[in-house]
Design a binder for this molecule. Structure first.
Ligand code: MN
Length: 209
């Protein structure tokens, strides 16, 4: 069965003024749609057909560049839409993810600074990530192009639970070259309920808050 472009979980203009409707429309309908159809074309007739995207990415070094770029692009954008929401903001201190952030980064402000730095200093196109490792510890990393921390080629591997697209196509219409302003605005639209769900699912039973 072919991979399918998911619907956005909100309207194109739902994240305004932080992310504008036109950017969301092109990003989802052109860029994400393109990764999806090119991924399907790259795996058609191969033994990757029918496999889960996570399993394909875990062994991506064995596959073609088309599978790496478009498989990453497919997965990364699926995650990106889900971890944003018009009801964003700071995670409540009652959430497991907030407790883990405070534990592993000292404070939400420290986490925010470190994540923003990873996003701002990624040269060229790529992503910044908040991940959880096999010991239930959070870490921040960034990857080039459409790579991600699920890939066996990643410098630091783990389960991504929050990701920020810093390709120019994600912000250029509204922010032009001002990537730091886009990064700051992103913190207003993070769906912490989804991030905490992904955190809880990554190592079931591990967190004992
Ligand atoms: Mn993108």
């Amino acid at each position: 069965m072919a991979f399918k472009l998911p619907d956005l979980p909100y309207a194109f203009d739902a994240l305004e003024p932080n992310i504008d409707a036109r950017t969301m429309e092109i990003h989802h309908g052109k860029h994400h749609a393109g990764y999806t159809s090119k991924l399907n074309a790259a795996i058609e007739g191969t033994d990757l057909e029918g496999k889960k995207i996570e399993d394909i990415l875990a062994n991506v070094s064995k596959h073609s560049t088309a599978v790496r770029n478009n498989g990453g692009g497919y997965y990364n954008h699926c995650l990106f839409w889900e971890i944003m929401s018009p009801e964003g903001g700071e995670p409540s201190t009652q959430m497991n993810i907030r407790k883990a952030i405070d534990r592993d980064f000292g404070s939400y402000e420290n986490f925010k600074d470190e994540f923003a730095k990873a996003a701002a200093t990624r040269f060229g196109s790529g992503w910044a990530w908040l991940c959880v490792d096999g010991n239930d510890k959070l870490f921040i990393t960034s990857t080039p192009n459409q790579d991600n921390p699920l890939m066996d080629v990643a410098d630091k591997q783990g389960t991504p639970i929050l990701g920020l697209d810093v390709w120019e196509h994600a912000y250029y219409l509204n922010y032009q070259n001002r990537r730091p302003d886009y990064i700051e605005a992103f913190f207003n639209v993070i769906n912490w309920h989804e991030v905490t769900k992904r955190y809880n699912d990554a190592n079931p039973g591990a967190s004992s808050f």
